[in-house]
Design a protein around this ligand. Structure first.
Ligand code: FES
Length: 152
């Protein structure tokens, strides 16, 4: 898988984040392994520490296995004043997990993230690469129900 992903990108460091995102998107647990980071470093002719520090810095990247659906709830002020607290409590109740945890079936991971860029439509969350805005507890329940129904 890693070689197929790498072959889609030029050997230029400016593509580092795009490459890392592509690897995460291709992995069922949304994770980048140590071996993959080493491959990326070699491909781009940069240090492995540059790759691992990039993975650590960006919330979309991770070296820890996550659920099939990674739910990231915005915790910044515009979302907070638009009652993101009720969005978090709805998700925690529906999924029976707390922020930072993954459901027992490996389907959902719940975490906080900084601004998702749609503050005018707060509160917001992102699930994998899809952003949802103008959230209400009812809307959240429908989204989670839809994802559970889509489970293979
Ligand atoms: S503050 Fe939540 S999307 Fe910007």
């Amino acid at each position: 898988m890693i070689h197929e992903v790498l072959s889609r990108f030029p050997r230029e460091e400016t593509y580092l984040i795009e490459i890392l995102r592509a690897i995460i998107d291709a992995h069922p647990s949304h994770v980048i392994t140590e071996a993959q980071m080493k491959e990326v470093a070699s491909y781009l002719n940069i240090t492995q520490s540059k790759v691992s520090s990039t993975v650590s810095f960006y919330s979309l990247l991770s070296d820890t296995p996550k659920g099939k659906y990674v739910i990231q709830v915005c915790r910044d002020v515009p979302c907070y004043v638009s009652d993101s607290t009720s969005i978090v409590s709805t998700l925690e109740s529906l999924l029976a997990i707390k922020i930072g945890q993954t459901t027992y079936d490996g389907l959902f991971t719940l975490e906080f993230v900084s601004c998702l860029g749609c503050c005018d439509h707060a509160p917001a969350m992102r699930i994998n690469s899809t952003t949802y805005s103008d959230l209400t507890p009812t809307k959240v329940k429908a989204i989670i129900h839809g994802l559970r129904e889509a489970k293979p």
